[in-house]
Design a protein around this ligand. Sequence first.
Ligand SMILES: [Zn+2]
Length: 308
Amino acid sequence: MGTALITHADCLDHLTPEGHPEQVARLDHLLHALQGLDLLRIAAPRCDDRDILRVHPQAYLDRLTAALPRDGLHPLDEDTWLSPRSLEAARRAVGGAVRAVDAVLAGEVKTAFCATRPPGHHAEAETPMGFCLFGTAAIAAKHALDHHGLDRVAIVDFDVHHGNGTQALLWDEPRALVITSQQYPLWPGTGAASETGGHDNVLNLPLPPGSGGTEMRLAYEGHAFPRLEGFQPDLIILSAGFDAHADDPLAELRWVEEDFRWLTHELCRIAQGSARGRVVSVLEGGYDLRALADSARVHVQELIEAGR
Ligand SMILES: [Zn+2]
């Protein structure tokens, strides 16, 4: 057993305009911060169309492919951009998450971290948004359910922004429990506690601007952990965004590295109880380069501790 680090150099080829927060340097800093940790490195494979089509229609994939620029950058909206090799990067991100599910379910490793970009949790079935092209975490959950035949998969999204895409893609999937904490109100505007899924399978934890670790712990201990323990997932997938950090420029939560450590530790403890410890973590946001690197490092250290 152990912990996998799944990444690919193609994820550095997704380019965004100068000054865009979702920049290549994020992945460079993060990977540098993970140096020296005891990780089994696995190259993220390029996903198949079949993986993407688990949650997106063929027309959407065709539309993105047709929109790819030959050179330069093409905006899909004011936040979300394509460069010539963006779909190669996004296919590695999806392929990496699918490979991570395969690795933990095969017992190759117990836990896995996917250091890939672009992120995925805002992408809806036919709408790219918020720097995201494909619903990576939702695809990984569907792969675990439909390909591997698991009964129940939980996704916990602690990115500071609401995981609207993951929520929408799994809204009608009773075998998936989606738990998402976010600053609220904040872009994209969704994520109220009243959004509970088609089968009461979505739990939103809105946190007011300025909330720190104390409020986060109360929300998770009071609401998320009991739901997660009651659901008894066979696998937990984490949408690991680190933009709830106090230093992040895009939001106003006040988490620090120890909060990410605590949350990861507790989620791994719950996975130990029902899911044989199996946790797949997928990088989402995090835009202060130092806070991202330091927070991701403590997160991965906890995954390694839990993977022993
Ligand atoms: Zn975010």
